[in-house]
Design a protein around this ligand. Structure first.
Ligand SMILES: [Zn+2]
Ligand SMILES: [Zn+2]
Length: 357
């Protein structure tokens, strides 16, 4: 390996602080573009593919990335990591393709399995819901987008014959600048390190290399779902490869809290404020439940903090449809301001209770 190795972060075109997902996304993009199956006989593409794969191998491994961050290429050589000399080397030593590219190319290596159908990836979506929707169940149209390599240009972004070798770097993707004795190698600014220039963009994807399709999925959400509940919808995830089925769609519900009701699974709690007089003498009191107004009997002598149960007044269980309970917590209000007459009457009442002047 020569010492003119490019910085791995530069190769993958990511920031040094880039997270694992970003590193993976970026590598995936490069790998799709320069994969030898898509660029047969193209030496420059193969070099790019090797370089990107090597960079990804190191940056996706927390331990190797740490060594590289601290000591650079030198440190990795010290730790016994040599880079790749041939394509076979790459495919044999590195099981990245199943996890990063498998869903795009449908291979877990090269060879007879290369074109086998692969199921697409599962997709999770957050589904915000109001309390009322959660209570009654809901039907929703979810807007989803599929991004897949452009079939017209196989992901290269160029129209047929619209790709030419970069005149600036001669196809290597790198330019070397000299300052005295020091030679520095950097990604070619003209072609962005690809080594090729798109002279005519693919009409189908406008040169992006991927196509995005909007689609809408109609879902029926059962009554009673709660925040964090999940629901799987088969075969509505990402498209599969080589005729494989779509992955699954996973809905994750987020139910907004309600002002009146507190929720505990299918049990609902609410507070009911009654007056001291209602508590002492008993009364039928209208209560606004999830089902509308119900008349709740408050017995004479009801204490603060008492709990009245309304059977099947709670949320439905999303699996069985069975309703939980509504627990009504009694809050007794004590008068806060008394005029002279009221005060006198209560004093009389007290005398009647306590038997003293
Ligand atoms: Zn295209
Ligand atoms: Zn160039």
């Amino acid at each position: 390996m020569s010492d003119a190795k490019r910085d791995y972060y530069e190769v993958l075109n990511v920031d040094r602080a880039a997270g694992a997902d970003e590193v993976k996304r970026s590598y995936r993009k490069l790998a799709v573009r320069f994969h030898p199956d898509r660029n047969p006989g193209d030496q420059a593409a193969e070099e790019k593919f090797k370089e990107a794969t090597e960079a990804y191998k190191v940056l996706s491994d927390a331990e190797q990335r740490k060594i590289y961050d601290t000591y650079g290429h030198q440190g990795l050589r010290g730790a016994g990591f040599e880079g790749y000399s041939s394509m076979e080397d790459i495919f044999q030593s590195f099981d990245v393709f199943g996890s990063v590219l498998g869903d795009l190319f449908g291979f877990g290596g090269r060879g007879p399995r290369a074109n086998r159908p692969m199921k697409g990836r599962n997709v999770r979506v957050r589904v915000p819901m109001t309390f009322a929707e959660a209570f009654a169940g809901a039907e929703k149209d979810l807007a989803l987008r599929d991004e897949s390599p452009c079939t017209e240009c196989s992901g290269s972004g160029a129209a047929s014959g619209g790709l030419s070798t970069c005149t600036e770097c001669g196809g290597s993707g790198q330019v070397v600048t000299r300052s005295g004795f020091i030679a520095m190698s950097a990604a070619c600014g003209r072609c962005g390190g690809h080594g090729k220039l798109i002279t005519k963009a693919c009409a189908s994807c406008s040169g992006r290399g991927t196509t995005t399709e909007q689609r809408s999925v109609h879902v029926r959400i059962p009554a009673g779902v709660d925040t964090g509940d999940q629901m799987g919808i088969p075969a509505e995830g990402e498209p599969g490869a080589n005729g494989g089925p779509r992955g699954d769609l996973l809905l994750v519900f987020e139910v907004a809290p309600d002002k009146r009701f507190r929720r505990e699974g299918s049990t609902l709690h609410m507070d009911l404020e009654i007056s001291f007089f209602q508590a002492a003498m008993g009364e039928k009191i209208p209560v606004e439940t999830v089902d509308g107004v119900e008349h709740l009997r408050i017995d004479a002598g009801t204490q603060p903090g008492a709990v009245k149960r309304i059977k099947r007044g709670g949320m439905p269980d999303p699996n069985t449809g069975r309703r939980g309970e509504l627990l009504v917590h009694i809050v007794v209000l004590v008068p806060t301001r008394l005029d002279r007459r009221q005060r006198k009457l209560i004093e009389e009442l007290r005398t009647a209770f306590e038997g003293k002047e």
